[in-house]
Design a protein around this ligand. Structure first.
Ligand SMILES: [Zn+2]
Length: 116
């Protein structure tokens, strides 16, 4: 979902997704068995491929989604927002209000220190 110019957010509710298993219709009650397979990672990366100019904000609350956002942020901190101590500290020292206000240059020496 594109929320404002150049920014998007993803609403991931695995417990609400309809099952594609013909033997188990309705929603998938056992979605947790698919966690960690990289399905979400591929979906997010495909979203970025389709909309390369969009930066993705994070409102990841579950432990599963926080791990995914951590990996995406580590791979490309400009495109993928995540809870990150490195970004928080640098934003503070440069008096930049938020991740959204940081330009690509901001992340050139980014190291991985994401909070989980
Ligand atoms: Zn960061």
């Amino acid at each position: 979902m594109i929320t404002e110019q150049g920014f998007g957010s993803v609403y991931s509710k695995p417990y609400n997704i309809q099952s594609i298993d013909p033997d188990k219709p309705d929603t998938s009650g056992d979605w947790e068995m698919y966690v960690g397979l990289g399905i979400g990672m591929n979906l997010y990366q495909e979203g970025h491929r389709l909309m390369p100019g969009v930066r993705w904000m994070s409102s990841a609350y579950s432990a599963y989604s926080q791990q995914l956002r951590k990996k995406l942020h580590a791979a490309n901190p400009y495109i993928w927002n995540a809870s990150c101590t490195w970004c928080d500290a640098k934003l503070r020292t440069q008096s930049i209000y938020s991740w959204q206000d940081a330009d690509q240059q901001f992340f050139t020496d980014h190291t991985v220190h994401t909070k989980v």
